[in-house]
Design a protein around this ligand. Sequence first.
Ligand SMILES: Nc1ncnc2c1ncn2[C@@H]1O[C@H](COP(=O)(O)OP(=O)(O)O)[C@@H](O)[C@H]1O
Ligand SMILES: Cc1cn([C@H]2C[C@H](O)[C@@H](COP(=O)(O)O)O2)c(=O)[nH]c1=O
Length: 216
Amino acid sequence: MAELVFHTGPMDCGKSTLALQLDYIQTTHGRIGRVFTSQDRAGNGVITSRLGLTAAALEVAADFDFWRYVIGELTTGKRVDYIVCDEAQFYQAEQVDQLARIVDELQLDVYAFGILADFRTRLFAGSQRLVELADRVETLPLGPLCWCGARGTHNARTVDGLMVTEGSQVVVGDTGSGREVRYEVLCRAHHRRRMTATRAKATLSPDPLPFDPENF
Ligand SMILES: Nc1ncnc2c1ncn2[C@@H]1O[C@H](COP(=O)(O)OP(=O)(O)O)[C@@H](O)[C@H]1O
Ligand SMILES: Cc1cn([C@H]2C[C@H](O)[C@@H](COP(=O)(O)O)O2)c(=O)[nH]c1=O
């Protein structure tokens, strides 16, 4: 039975790495697939993982039709055994419906990868539809830690180290330091309190005030 599988987890948990590994394994066993992505940090038509792997991919624009694409490939004699979809949070809900139809009616496996929720903890449309339709939702086993050491589960958007809660849902970016707008993965408690690493360092300093034991 073909499957629609959604591999999810916060930013920086290894989704793109796993997507490329999965494609590699299938390819080395003689299967022929198609690899898609949408708005990767490195630009259009490419998948990049922070471990250094990079591969060409087909870019999914908002009006791309997966069903028509695959039918077009098959009816012109090309082979498609499976489909890998990275950054699937950015896909339209209708595109996820098309992927489910491909699984059911063409018996092709579809492996999707993406974050569930945005910086405000709201589900992305593509991820919501994947949770609704997938045969299986798999959470990646390893992920980033919050600055407190707990498992990082929620994606925060920061500007100059401070968490913001307003803005466009889509702002392509990274978790590394050095940029004005970036992302930081926090545990839920610290996401709720907007306590980023920078703010924690400033407010939870072990020695916040000068202390003179003579005058104490
Ligand atoms: N130098 C490194 N050595 C080992 N693992 C690394 C290194 N740099 C990044 N990683 C790991 O790579 C993974 C991030 O991979 P990536 O596929 O880009 O994540 P995602 O697609 O989920 O954002 C994380 O598990 C991270 O711990
Ligand atoms: C939380 C959040 C993230 N994004 C963007 C930032 C990155 O470009 C991708 C996630 O990529 P990754 O491979 O999982 O690191 O999504 C966004 O646009 N809006 C958000 O709220």
